[in-house]
Design a protein around this ligand. Structure first.
Ligand SMILES: [Zn+2]
Length: 415
């Protein structure tokens, strides 16, 4: 089963992260919480300290071992010891699962033995009760105690989760504030794929193409990205920084102006990502499409090394857009797949030769004469790449001449 995790801060979706595991959509809702009883806060902090020390104890014991033992072995090694410290049975299990993950991550990164400082705990569904109606969370902590927490969130935000189940929460205390992440999940009925939608993104446009399983092109649509608009704010920031090159950090008004442009960039990006994601998902829904997106994994590594600001900005925006598209699609039970996008906008979809630029984004193949719009060619290549990599079990033909995408440029495609 394909599994991917997405972690972004999305104000608009109100979703911190989502993932798909075995046909289930998992979402984390992160909110601040207020302890209800007068000594609930102190009891919670005491529990989190005990919990952290217990995780550290397990980490210390695992660190010198050559191999991280299985959960079953960990159970035999630590269960009785940890139960003596007044933890509940399921706390103990969470403690060594967490310790194991910490040790794994640190060893993989070649780091030193970790020293845990943060006050955070994962608690599974046997050790808490959550009432969404009253937004009240009751935690079962050590020594048979309970702590009552009121979740500070609006009814609208929590409304959508009434039909979902929740199975785990994370509690943490940061600077005297309590935060709770609730992990909700919902089974998603997978839809039967009838068409394939591919999406190509570049600096100016996001282009979407819907193909029948036979390879026939059914629909093309182009959306303008907001990157140029975002860039103008960036230019303003640079201009201000140049003008006050020595002092901008120290003058409050200047700092504030810079901050405002930064906020504008972020809000343009989210608004646009959400709008495009929504429209794309609607079209995919109408066509029962599997959505093929560019896997930006490799791109990210290359771009982070480059100093090209435009590239960084585009990548940042693409990730937001792909996040919303992916989310909207998965919510509707549509499949989302990722393919390697390298060279998709420079290879001839007919014969595989390298294409040449003949101006205004039109590409031409010198070997077979194929001509087409760069973005549409990228969409076609994404489709081939997906179908060849086992996405489809049917042989495919190149697009017919009347579907030659070179004519499909211009205003009618823009939105
Ligand atoms: Zn060719």
């Amino acid at each position: 089963m394909e599994r991917k995790d997405y972690k972004l801060n999305s104000r608009i979706l109100g979703v911190v992260s989502y993932s798909v595991r075995g046909g289930e959509l998992v979402e984390a809702l992160k909110v601040r919480a207020l302890p209800e009883g007068s000594d609930d806060y102190d009891a919670l902090v005491e529990f989190l300290k005990l919990y952290r020390d217990a995780v550290q104890f397990v980490v210390n014991n695992l660190w010198s071992l050559n191999e991280v033992p299985s959960i079953k072995t960990l159970h035999m090694m630590f269960y009785n010891e940890l139960r003596k410290h007044s933890f509940r049975a399921h706390h103990v299990k969470q403690i060594y699962v967490y310790a194991k993950a910490v040790v794994r991550a640190c060893k993989r990164n070649g780091g030193r033995k970790p020293v845990l400082r943060r006050l955070t705990a994962r608690i599974d569904r046997y050790d808490y009760r959550l009432d969404l109606e009253s937004r009240m969370l009751i935690l079962k902590i050590h020594n048979g105690r309970e702590v009552k927490l009121r979740l500070l969130t609006s009814t609208e935000r929590i409304e959508k989760y009434k039909e979902w189940s929740n199975y785990e929460i994370a509690v943490k205390v940061v600077e005297d504030e309590v935060y709770v992440s609730v992990y909700f999940r919902r089974a998603v009925e997978p839809r039967r794929t009838r068409t394939i939608m591919t999406i190509d993104v570049n600096f100016d446009n996001a282009t979407l193409a819907v193909f029948a399983l036979s390879g026939e092109l059914l629909k093309l649509k182009r959306y303008k990205t907001p990157l140029r608009r975002m860039l103008t704010h960036r230019i303003w920031i640079e201009r201000i920084q140049r003008r006050y090159s020595r002092s901008w950090r120290f003058i409050r008004g200047v700092r504030r102006a810079i901050k405002r442009h930064g906020e504008r960039i972020r809000s343009i990006a989210w608004d646009s990502a959400h709008k495009i994601g929504d429209r794309v998902a609607k079209i995919a829904n109408e066509h029962s499409s599997a959505i093929v997106l560019e896997d930006l994994g490799n791109l990210r590594n290359n771009v982070n090394r480059s100093s090209n600001f435009n590239k960084k900005l585009s990548l940042w925006f693409y990730r937001k857009m792909l996040f919303t598209i992916g989310y909207e699609a998965l919510e509707r039970g549509l499949a989302v797949r990722y393919v390697d996008p390298s060279k998709t906008s420079s290879t001839c979809p007919k014969c595989g030769s390298k294409l040449e630029d003949s101006g205004s984004r039109v590409l031409k193949c010198t070997r077979c004469g194929f001509t087409g719009d760069r973005d549409v060619i990228a969409c076609i290549n994404l489709f081939y790449r997906y179908s060849r990599c086992g996405g489809l079990g049917v042989p495919l033909n190149a697009p017919k001449p009347d579907e030659n995408p070179s004519e499909m440029r211009g205003k009618e495609m823009r939105q």
